[in-house]
Design a protein around this ligand. Sequence first.
Ligand code: NAD
Length: 239
Amino acid sequence: TTDLTGRVALVTGGARGLGAAYARILHDAGASVVVADVLIEQGHALVAELGERARFEELDVTDESAWRRVVSRTIAELGGVDVLVNNAGIANAAPIEHLTLAKWEAVMAVNATGTFLGCRAVVPAMKAAGRGSIVNISSVEGKRGSPHLHGYTASKFAVLGLTKSLAVELGPAGIRVNSVHPGFVHTDMTTRIDPERLDIPLGRPGLPQDVAGAVLFLASDASSWVSGAEIVVDGGMIA
Ligand code: NAD
């Protein structure tokens, strides 16, 4: 079943784009949803629209103490964390000669370190509950190489590797850890990419809701024997 009634889900980068679609589908499935983001206004607007089972937390995923605060408040007020979707991410595309150290470090900090900090922050509560589902958002660029995306690709492969190791380590504790690899989806991140140049067998770029079903599946008991899996949602682009 994909019913999440009584479950608590936390979605990072949940204020807009793909993260907002994840927050929405988990909420529609019955979960209480914490939208965690650095975008305060958009986050508040989304939870107001979702209604009473939604709340906003200001969270910079690279900030270790902010993670402690958000997770402990979620546990205190909602009773636990059953689902974590590590979705916050940035891209910083540039030819290698123009990829500054600061840009490289920023991408690694948000995409890779932020995902690590999120996983680490929720594991104690999930272990205590004897169950949990962590969904790490990688990318098709976490499975192949692409020009100008060096830091992004490295960070998304890191997300995949982290996911695999955690799936093995945490399985015995009842915690499942999987990755989702979206292809080209229209969001603020991809406004400068021309989808006409991409060869997408299903014939169109994605919408955020096209990816959300995979996240719902992995978050819910419908995937109770799925861990360490990589789900590519890309219209067939890298098949
Ligand atoms: P987006 O820029 O619209 O959304 C990213 C969200 O993450 C924003 O709400 C932003 O405020 C938040 N964020 C950024 N840095 C943060 C930080 N330090 N702490 C907390 N929140 C932070 O982009 P999107 O396309 O919705 O991307 C969401 C995720 O999906 C990213 O991890 C991205 O790499 C991944 N992805 C996107 C695509 C695509 O085609 N759009 C494809 C594959 C993977």
